[in-house]
Design a protein around this ligand. Structure first.
Ligand SMILES: NC(=O)C1=CN([C@@H]2O[C@H](COP(=O)(O)OP(=O)(O)OC[C@H]3O[C@@H](n4cnc5c(N)ncnc54)[C@H](O)[C@@H]3O)[C@@H](O)[C@H]2O)C=CC1
Ligand SMILES: O=C(O)CCC(=O)C(=O)O
Length: 390
């Protein structure tokens, strides 16, 4: 029986993937083999020795100590792209909320709710509606910082609306580059993008390198009156600098999925309670993907979409016993493991070894099951972090 501890609201469509005959799943599960979570912060939390994997049903993994967990042999997964469409749609809504008098217009229409005469009401609102007039997105320039799963979708939508799209992403992956429309004009640096954009939408991960990437210096070069949209993370902007730029009349509006004290109530700020990915469809996509990845890892040792271990996949050899070994990525570990197997007269049928930065991972199919002594000997090989028999 595998044990899965869940945190946050995980869509039942995902949790239903776990067969109740072989999986115990729930928020109160103890000694879990794996966690499935959304924004639950794991930094500083005790780690049960049983924990083998964590799946973030979503994109951002800044709530998980990814590096530390890797050193302990805990594989951390996310679900790339599974909630990108939901965020894209809210970014579009964010832009429209700043260009049209939608929010004050709704408020005004509500304020007329006590009137009883329909003709009088229509006469009044026709007289007043010019206060809520706006501008169009077509023909405006959108600068996108981070052109991954969300950034590329936002780009497609903006292009379809007749906007000009600029993009900045110095770390763009080859897969992401394939997804990106060639109508997106590539910027060599952030200041060039900020100076030319009427709207700037940020879609980078929360990393040390992206912390406060929108600070006072960046804002001093932003196009006067520009709208900044932050559906990425609170750490990416310096809130004091945003406030100062709004008050100084340089930054036109700030739309954020991450309200900050002192900023979210500002007249020129539209803040939402981190609902970028909160759609039925996204929650299902993320939960299904997270559940499938965890099952594939627990049952077969295969790793898909990890953020700390390499992608490793090997079909099961019928009748074989599988060893899954996580180790530090130093020379000689695999050789020492194979010597232990040879000494124990265990025949290797198939194997795969992959590394990623300081970590490596191996799947080894054996024609017969190793005994406790052999497993212990492998666990004692220098730099081996974790051994599992599957
Ligand atoms: N508001 C919400 O509910 C949600 C927020 N997010 C946030 O959005 C972020 C992006 O999500 P995805 O697009 O799915 O991730 P992704 O990994 O597909 O794309 C991120 C892109 O940012 C680029 N990047 C990294 N550092 C950069 C830098 N310094 N300058 C410019 N580009 C840089 C990467 O090369 C990559 O192409 C997540 O990490 C998460 O923090 C994601 C989903 C929902
Ligand atoms: O699970 C959520 O609602 C948050 C989604 C998110 O921020 C992410 O996927 O990075």
């Amino acid at each position: 029986m595998f044990k899965i501890k869940t945190y946050n609201a995980i869509s039942s469509k995902g949790l239903e993937r776990f067969n109740p005959k072989t999986y115990e799943v729930g928020g109160a599960v103890a000694d879990a083999d794996a966690y499935v979570l959304r924004s639950q912060k794991l930094h500083g939390e005790p780690v049960p020795p049983s924990l083998l994997a964590v799946a973030r049903a979503g994109a951002g993994v800044n709530n998980i100590p990814v590096g530390e967990y890797g050193q302990q042999g805990i594989v951390v997964f996310n679900t790339p792209g599974a909630n990108a469409n939901a965020v894209k749609e809210l970014v579009l809504a964010g832009m429209l909320l700043t260009t049209r008098g939608i929010l004050p217009g709704i408020e005004y229409a509500r304020s007329l709710g006590t009137m009883t005469d329909s003709a009088e009401m229509h006469q009044l609102l026709e007289k007043e509606k010019s206060r809520f007039a706006g501008t169009e997105l077509r023909g405006k320039t959108l600068g996108i910082v981070g052109l991954g799963a969300i950034g590329s979708m936002v780009a497609d939508t903006a292009l379809a609306l007749g906007m000009k799209v600029l993009g900045f992403d110095p770390a763009l992956s080859i897969d992401a580059a394939w997804r990106l429309s060639n109508a997106v004009q590539r910027m060599e640096n952030l200041p060039s993008l900020l100076a030319r954009s009427d709207f700037v939408s940020i879609h980078v991960p929360a990393l040390e390198s992206t912390r406060h990437m929108i600070d006072a210096a960046a804002l001093s070069g932003i196009k006067p009156g520009a709208v900044l949209l932050n559906f990425a993370r609170e750490t990416i902007v310096d809130p004091a600098a945003i406030l100062q730029s709004l008050d100084a009349g340089r930054l036109g509006r700030y739309v954020s999925d991450f309200p900050e004290p002192g900023l979210s109530t500002h007249d020129k700020c539209i803040a939402m309670p981190h609902i970028g990915a909160s759609t039925e469809e996204s929650e299902e996509n993320c939960a299904v993907m997270a559940a499938d990845q965890i099952m594939e890892f627990l049952e077969n040792g295969n790793i898909v979409n990890s953020v700390n271990y390499p992608a490793v996949r090997m079909d099961r050899t019928p009748g074989a016993t599988r060893l899954a070994i996580a180790n530090e990525n130093v020379a000689g570990v695999l050789g020492s493991v194979l010597s232990v197997l040879a000494d124990a007269k265990l025949n290797v049928i198939d194997m795969i070894n992959r590394s990623r930065d300081e970590l490596a991972y191996n799947l080894i199919d054996l024609s017969s099951a190793p005994d406790e002594t052999a497993i212990k000997a492998i666990g004692n090989v220098a730099h081996v972090i974790r051994v599992r028999v599957i």
